[in-house]
Each structure stands twice: as C-alpha cells, then as structure tokens.
Design a protein around this ligand. Sequence first.
Ligand SMILES: Cc1cc2nc3c(=O)[nH]c(=O)nc-3n(C[C@H](O)[C@H](O)[C@H](O)COP(=O)(O)OP(=O)(O)OC[C@H]3O[C@@H](n4cnc5c(N)ncnc54)[C@H](O)[C@@H]3O)c2cc1C
Length: 496
Amino acid sequence: MIRNLVILGGGTAGWMAAAALSQTFRHDGLNIRLIESDEIGTIGVGESTIPAIRDFNRLLGIDEQEFIRETRATPKLAIKFSGWGRPEDHYFHPFGQVGHDIHAVDFHQYWLSLRNEAGIAEFSRYSIAAEAAEQGRFSLPSQSNNFWSPTFNYAFHFDAGLYAAYLRKYAQARGVERIEGKYLGADRNPETGNIARLNLASGASIEADFFIDATGFRALLLNGVLDSQYESWKEWLKCDSAIALPCSSAKPLKAFTHATAHSAGWRWRIPLQHRVGNGSVYSSEYISQEDALDDLLKNLESEPLAEPRYISFLPGMRQEQWKHNCVGVGLSSGFLEPLESTSIYLIQFAIQKLIEYFPVSPDFSLTQTEFNLQLTKEYLRVRDFIIMHYAENQRDDSVFWQDCRNMSLPEGLAYRQAMFRNAGIVDPTQYGVYAAVCLGQNLIPEFYDARVNEMPATERKKILQEIKLEQEAFISRFPKMDDWLLSLGANLGATK
Ligand SMILES: Cc1cc2nc3c(=O)[nH]c(=O)nc-3n(C[C@H](O)[C@H](O)[C@H](O)COP(=O)(O)OP(=O)(O)OC[C@H]3O[C@@H](n4cnc5c(N)ncnc54)[C@H](O)[C@@H]3O)c2cc1C
C-alpha cells in the first residue's frame, strides 16, 4: 500500500487530486504532500464545466451553495453554439434530455419526421435546459416533482483561481501538506526506474512512493523524467492557440457558455458572478495573433479587466498517462481544446480511476494497464465528439472551415457519422445529446425510424406542440438566474 504520495503542481488538477485523495483515503494513513510554485503560477483558464462536476462535489461532500459563493460560480445549463453549421445558425447543447421518448423511440426520430412543418421549433429547443438558459432562468431540478424536473441537469462556470483556492483550503483541512517551492529535477531508483525523490530549488529533497504530475503543459515528470510520448491530434483539431481576456460582467446573467465560430476557430464567453471570461481559440496556421486579438476585442461587450493572456497548445494526449510510479492528471496528461469544456471532466475521470485502481500491492502493473486503457478510451471518445463540431460545418467564408470539412475523419467517427446521416442512429456509447449536436450542425439524416409512421402525422405534431407548451409553463415558474443567485447570498458585484 502506498504510504507517501506527492503531487507536483497546484493548479486545478493538483488541488482536485489532493482534495479527492485526502477525502477518500482519510482513514488509511495516506500522507499527501503537494508542491507548487507561486512564482510560476497556474494557467489561469478553465472556468466552464459539464454536469459531471456535481459528482465530484458530491464525492467531496461539498455544500453546493457555499461552493457557488466561494468560487463566484454561476449555474450552466447548456452551451450555445453560434455560427457552427452556417454563419447564421444557432443551436444548444443542453444538459439533459431533449423532449422525451415516445413509445420507446428516441424523440429526435419524431422531430425528424416533422422538421419541415410549420410551427416545429429547432430541435434543441424542446429541452428545459436550453429554453431556461436562453430565458436567463434557473431552478434546481430537484425542487419540483413536475414530470420535466428530472429531464435537465446543470454544471457550473467558476473562477479558476478561486476554485483552486477553495480546494486547497478543503485539502489542507484534511491533512494535505502544501510545500511552496520550485522543482528542479528528480532522482530515479536505478533498479525499477521509479521516481524516488523530487529536488527543489531550496535544496530540499522530497521522497515518496508515488507521484502525481500536475505540472500542466510542462509535464515535468511524465515527459521530463519518464519520457511518456505525446500523441498529437492536430490533424483533426487544428486550433493550437488561445487568447484569454476577461471583461466586466453584463447582467442579467444567462446560464450558458457561448461558443461563437469565427473565421479560423471560435470565441468563448463564460458568465461569472463578478466578470465575464472571454477568449479566442484559433489555428495559428490560418489567422495571425494580431487578427485573432482584433476579432476578440471587436466582439467584447464591455471594457477588458486585464491584459490579454496568450496560450499555445498541441491537441493530443500522452500515450502512457500512468508510467512507473507516476500518474499525470490535467494538462500534463493531454489536452484537446476548450470546446465542450471537457478538460476538467477528464481530470475528474483520471482521479476517479486512480482512486478505483489505487495501488494496493507492490506490483501494480495490471491496474496501471487498465488505467491507461480506460483513459485512452475516454480521451478518444471526447476527441471524436469535438472533431465532429468542426467536420460538420457548411461555412464557405474561410479556408479554415473548408479544410475542416474536407479532412478525413478518424475511422470510428466516420462510421458513427455515417450511421447518423443514414437514419439518425446514435452510438449508445456517445453522449445523450449527440443528436442535438448533429442536428444543430445540420447533419440531417436521410431517413428516420420506421416505427414513427405508426402514428399519424397530426397526432405526432400535437404531441410536439404539447411538449413545448408544458415545458414553457414549467420554465415560467423558474426565477431569473440573478435572483436565484442572490437568494443564495451570492455577490454579483464587480469585485474580483
Ligand atoms: C485556452 C484554454 C481554455 C480552457 N478552458 C477550459 C474550460 O472552459 N473548461 C475546462 O474544463 N477546461 C478548460 N481548459 C483546461 C483547464 O485550464 C485545465 O484543465 C485546468 O486548468 C488544469 O490545469 P493544470 O492544473 O493541469 O495546469 P496549471 O494550471 O498549468 O497548473 C500547473 C501547476 O504546476 C506548477 N508548476 C509548474 N512548474 C513547476 C515547477 N518547476 N515547480 C513547482 N511547481 C510547478 C504551477 O505552479 C501550477 O501550480 C482550458 C485550457 C485552455 C488552454
């Protein structure tokens, strides 16, 4: 059994790992130390999440209302995509269901049968999450026993710096020791190749049985010491650069991340209680940094609160995320890109798997292999989901979008897209909202499920209209999101 564990790096990944491990193994005598360097700092972005974050909060036993106040968080019900199919298009990736199954057939099949009829709304708008997000309303799904309550879910937007600070307080209260210091190098056990100790600029040497590399893109242990190779996916994910630029908060708040396509990538908008996080994600091969900044500034809704922050990245993952006695968590293990806000989710996934497969014997090669398999599978699943957004575009306004449309897809994705294009068949291993994203991108199937025609078209149309009316009546009872946050004691003022 591991007794001494050291986490190198104190960004979101490092403190999430420290919090979860200190909570899970609090009675097992696991000694956890975290080394971080204030001088180096964190990446400072990563503020939009998916609903899985609520499972992480539950694992930690966190009080959600306190979490919202401390991290200046806002609820997130959806991602709104603008300009991803054609420049004038908008659609939502809502958290939760769209419509409901009818006679055990997916709702999107019924929608497909009626989509050209008058009075039929855009597909994702038959969802509580999308509609409430657009209207700037929010309520907890659990606070009503209405039929529609369990059909939606939510995540959070939060301040990345405050989130790390919040988890740090949590982990330190559970015995995690924080060491301020700059890592210089490591010594390895000559027999096993395992990392034996980390050497700091202060002259201190920190020994442990097991290490977590949470050093961000630097990957100081996984890459720097253990030479775990990086697999690039730039062939499909062309964006390799970002500019982050916060601006002052605009009220009323709306519970969605906005992803707006531009000529060589996209811009994000993340509403927090006290500011709006903005950024541009772009391919440096198709647009210059100056032009990307110019586009971002032109679209900023209020005055910037800081200098632009420039970030370069290479989409991909490390082939061995667990190598010898070291696991990479966070950006050290890989990064796709910010679209669909999945990086913090992948951190959470890695931590969850590490907890499940935590070494309990000196030979942990089997669990290590399984960990690497599971992580690779999950990375590939998320990767293909993101690639689909780029591949299924109909924009003709730039070479970037034309190249995205014409690229050859990874085999599994090409097959799944063909299945959807044929008869709207959704791969069961993909996300529940896969149909919403495909249809939002105008990937319209040629045929629909034969069972749908068992019901006359007039009856189908009546059901869809009733769904919309019931959903609207339900949402009209939700408070405005600003009021909901204020009722929790949130501070919507502009203080940092
Ligand atoms: C443009 C962009 C937008 C993003 N948006 C989202 C989003 O909306 N949602 C999402 O889920 N994710 C997003 N991400 C990803 C997200 O930012 C990361 O997953 C998250 O912040 C975790 O980062 P990290 O902790 O791995 O790395 P970092 O934050 O870089 O932390 C690294 C840590 O290692 C320490 N360190 C480094 N070198 C040394 C050394 N020599 N000695 C001691 N300590 C050292 C640093 O001080 C720091 O504490 C985004 C990423 C980018 C690039």
